[in-house]
Design a protein around this ligand. Structure first.
Ligand code: PMP
Length: 416
């Protein structure tokens, strides 16, 4: 008898049969509030009727128009539509299927465009699981161990994480930029450095926002040395943080933007965007793939953009995010074990620490599991798994936020 490999670690035991908005139903018809959104993917909620209709229509018209063989209308339309939401100047697009693949595409482009080998990443960042993407990932050894050698040419600078250092954000930012300069002086010379790769909010690394001065510091150094700034918006993009791109909070000006997850409401689709002059440095044929820009995924992405605009989902993420954060903070104030509630928009983490101030993944997992038993699906994140994160679909409403926080409070009082 065959079985699913244990290599997948399950966050819940739920067998999902059906999804609708922020709700999932298991095979017995039990309802769950899904505050995982497929790890931030189902931006318009499960099975939004307009996404379903667009995908169904596309399935009946053309499923796979292989994009290095033929072009297709959903792809061409999506390119135009993304032009309306991408930062000015990032007007050349390449598509793949997953975040990891898009990160690798950005890496390939940066190396080709600069002729330089190295990438500087920021400690705690998560950029994917394929071997090159895992080499760029520093949010946990679980993503890197046991399959060395990893890709060479990756250097790690500090991320300005106030909670980790126990410093105010200004001090953490000074330290991060000073160490970056030290790294450029002592380890990876600017002339050998193709790119900085950064998340606007550390995602898997624990929902830690960057800040404006840090990103301005990266931009300044990038401009001074001809280094490219790659902003990984895989988790923070498409309205998740209450702005269309997470980097907007900090006036980030990427040379290459990477997007995936929320882009197609659950269909596998990812993309990188860069200015024409930069993209022109990539050799034709050096990027591609069998499934990239699948026609059904592109149709779903177009519908996703329509829904985000028509239902004001970016504003909803900001408003419901503020509601959720305030309510979670009120709950956290009752427990010494929750030492921080943080994040942007609908990307909020609750950090658990023990009495000695050490990260407490045991408590985090216990509450996450109890919440699941009580009908609220959540995920953990952070290097130790010490953070429980809330990432509902952007369609979440006032009552669903209240209901989720009620279950969270009950789960905490049952476990702690
Ligand atoms: N970058 C970030 C910021 C992510 O959050 C993720 C996925 N969690 C990835 C890259 C990798 O995406 P994928 O799992 O689709 O390869």
């Amino acid at each position: 008898m065959s079985e699913l490999s244990q290599v997948l670690k399950q966050a819940t035991g739920v067998v999902a049969a059906r999804g609708e908005g922020v709700q999932l139903f298991d095979e017995d018809g039990r309802r769950y509030l899904d505050f995982t959104a497929g790890i931030g993917v189902t931006s318009t909620g499960h099975c939004h009727p307009r996404v379903v209709a667009a995908a169904q229509q596309q399935v009946a018209t053309l499923i796979h128009g292989q994009y290095t063989t033929v072009l297709h209308r959903p792809l061409l339309t999506l390119v135009e539509r993304l032009g309306e939401v991408l930062p000015t100047g990032l007007d050349r697009l390449f598509f793949a299927n997953s975040g990891s693949e898009a990160i690798e595409a950005a890496l390939r482009l940066a190396r080709q465009a600069t002729g330089r080998p190295n990438v500087i990443v920021f400690h705690g960042g998560f950029h994917g699981r394929t071997v090159a993407a895992a080499s760029l990932t520093t949010s946990g050894t679980r993503f890197r161990s046991g399959f060395s050698p990893l890709m060479a040419g990756v250097h790690i600078a500090p991320f300005p994480d106030p909670g980790h250092f126990g410093w105010p954000v200004e001090q953490a930012t000074d330290f991060a930029l000073t160490q970056l300069d030290y790294l450029l002086q002592t380890v990876s010379a600017p002339a050998d450095t193709a790119a900085f790769l950064v998340e606007p909010v550390l995602g898997e690394g624990g929902y830690v926002p960057a800040n404006e001065r840090f990103l301005a510091g990266l931009r300044e150094r990038a401009d001074a040395h001809g280094i490219l700034l790659i902003v990984d918006e895989v988790q923070t993009g498409f309205g998740r943080t209450g702005r269309f791109w997470g980097g907007e909070h900090f006036h980030a000006r990427p040379d290459i933007l990477v997007t995936a997850k929320g882009l197609a409401s659950g269909f596998p689709l990812s993309a990188i965007a860069a200015p024409a002059a930069l993209m022109a440095a990539a050799w034709p044929g050096s990027q591609g793939g069998t499934y990239g820009a699948n026609a059904v995924a592109c149709a779903a992405a177009i519908a996703t953009l329509d829904v985000i605009a028509d239902e004001r989902l970016v504003a909803n993420a900001a408003e419901r995010g503020a509601q959720l954060r305030a309510a979670l903070q009120t709950v956290a104030d009752k427990y010494d074990a929750i030492t921080d509630v943080r994040g942007l928009g609908l990307m909020i983490g609750n950090e658990f620490r023990d009495a000695a101030g050490k990260p407490d993944p045991v408590a985090a997992a216990a509450v996450q599991q109890e919440a699941a038993r009580r009908g609220l699906l959540l995920l953990t994140c952070g290097p130790w798994g010490q953070v429980v994160r809330f990432i509902p679909a952007l369609v979440v409403d006032v009552d669903e936020v209240d209901e989720a926080v009620g279950i969270w409070a009950d789960a905490l009082s049952a476990v702690l």
